[in-house]
Write a protein that binds this ligand. Structure first.
Ligand SMILES: NC(=O)c1ccc[n+]([C@@H]2O[C@H](COP(=O)([O-])OP(=O)(O)OC[C@H]3O[C@@H](n4cnc5c(N)ncnc54)[C@H](O)[C@@H]3O)[C@@H](O)[C@H]2O)c1
Length: 445
């Protein structure tokens, strides 16, 4: 059983405490990964040993991407809350040959599986559980001296973001390499376009629109033979404490592009949102199915405020759109995976061969580890995740929310204790009312 508050306190005590709110600055004893020395960057041998924490679709995919990225990489440890997910992950990876064979002693199951992986022989860990667990796992990975592939989003509330930022500072101190799963930053067409945009190809950016509009994703009906905890974690997309809601879980990619292009974080926002289609709490937990956010960014050089409209929808039968559109004083840019175009005074379109950004992430991570070149994308992904949380909070409550309010928000959505047992049904947010209405503490079984 792992107590979230003790973990947060430990995180704060380890470093960057001065930058944290006072309630995070108390010290408390809690073990990090057993046997894991507070090491600097892991010593590399001839091969790159990779551990996977969270062996679902993305963890399995990222492990395969890592093997493709480096012929000297090997998967050496896996951990998941559920044994069946490890079995299916290893079933898939097994097709890739002996580099994906994991000894039974290095397979870990349960809420403390991450500690087993961190104590096993590995240099890099892939963190790919539902994002609610990411702050805990990232902090422990950094404290164990591991390089990290950090899937997005990286937290679901301000409390988690502060823990990620504190761990990011410790990763810098220890010269650990961290690459995030915001793969647009590793896609050739995006990289070329953003370089041109930041070089002035569309002049000063005055506004942008970013979209992730689509139909519904998978969902899993609860099994009455399972505990609430198991049912919620298996259906994690629909519970804010696990996914952050779809604006955080999915739309963070597009908000990240806005932050990247504008080289800034939003200062405040207003938002609307709700649930019209996915209303059954049994299947769809407590999250919304649509959001629209008006983000205000720091002013342009002429002092005029800049705005980014963000729209995210998961409703079947509606128009799909996943892209970023940036308007500047001298032109416009349209970006989406595999497509990048600039119109206006210096027109340009990406015509080169695009790469596989999911593999490139690991090429870049492994390259940084091998060469000792610092890379730490925990900062940028934490900021993009916080922007998405800020938009969500504005939509959930109906309040205008500033960056500082989002960052310093004491909301802690995580259950007090991690164990298989009952959980309360989370309240569906209602604009005009505070959310969450009360601390989410599971009843004793
Ligand atoms: N970058 C991308 O394009 C992209 C695409 C898909 C998913 N993702 C992200 O990857 C992460 C995982 O998504 P997914 O689609 O693989 O989900 P998934 O449900 O397929 O996998 C999640 C896995 O984590 C396991 N898990 C849950 N809690 C755990 C815990 N406390 N300890 C260990 N294991 C635990 C689950 O059992 C499951 O096997 C999410 O953050 C998601 O947003 C990113």
């Amino acid at each position: 059983m792992i107590d979230r508050r003790a973990f947060i306190q430990h995180t704060a005590a380890l470093g960057a405490a001065a930058a944290l709110p006072s309630f995070l600055q108390q010290s408390a004893g809690v073990a990090s990964a057993p046997g894991a020395a507070r090491a600097s960057a892991a010593r590399l041998g001839s091969e790159l040993r990779i551990g996977v924490i969270g062996c679902g679709g993305r963890g399995t995919g990222a492990a395969a991407n890592a093997l493709e990225a480096s012929p000297d990489a090997r998967i050496t440890a896996v951990g998941d809350l559920f044994e069946d997910r490890i079995a299916s992950c290893l079933g898939h990876l097994g097709k890739l040959g002996s580099r994906a064979e994991v000894a039974p002693a290095n397979r870990f199951v349960g809420f403390d599986a991450f500690q087993g992986v961190l104590a096993a022989p590995c240099d890099v860990v892939i963190l790919a559980t539902p994002p609610g667990f990411r702050p805990q796992h990232f902090a422990a990975a950094v404290d164990a001296g591991k390089h990290v592939f950090l899937e997005k989003p990286v937290a679901v509330d301000g409390t988690g973001i502060r823990a990620i930022l504190a761990a990011a500072a410790r990763a810098d101190e220890r010269r650990l390499a961290v690459v995030a799963g915001t793969q647009r930053r590793h896609e050739t067409s995006y990289r070329e376009a953003i370089e041109r945009i930041r070089g002035g190809a569309i002049g000063d950016i005055v506004m942008a629109r970013v979209f992730w509009n689509m139909g519904t994703l998978w969902h899993k009906q609860p099994d009455p033979a399972r505990t609430d905890m198991e049912n919620q974690v298996r259906n994690w997309l629909y519970h804010t404490w696990l996914s952050g809601d779809h604006i955080v879980e999915q739309h963070v990619h597009n908000i990240d592009v806005a932050n990247w292009a504008l080289d800034a974080n939003p200062v405040r926002c207003v938002a609307v949102g709700g649930r019209q289609v996915r209303t059954d709490p049994t299947s769809f937990g407590n999250i919304f199915d649509h959001f629209a956010v008006d983000f205000e960014y720091p002013p342009a050089r002429d002092g005029a405020p800049r705005f980014v409209l963000s729209m995210a929808r998961q409703q079947d039968g509606t128009a799909g759109r996943v892209e970023e559109v940036l308007r500047g004083t001298r032109g416009m840019a349209r970006l989406s995976p595999g497509f990048a175009q600039i119109s206006g005074e210096t027109p340009w379109q990406f015509t080169g061969e695009d790469n596989n950004p999911y593999v490139q992430e690991h090429v870049d991570l492994h390259g940084a580890i091998r060469s000792g070149t610092p890379v730490n994308e925990a900062w940028s992904v934490a900021h993009s995740t916080l922007a998405a949380i800020m938009g969500r909070t504005a939509a959930y409550t109906g309040a205008e929310v500033s960056w500082e309010q989002a960052l310093n928000d004491s909301t802690d959505l995580f259950p007090r204790e991690l164990k298989m047992g009952p959980l309360p049904q989370a309240t569906v947010p209602m604009p005009g009312r505070p959310w969450p209405p009360a601390p989410s503490t599971p009843p004793s079984p």
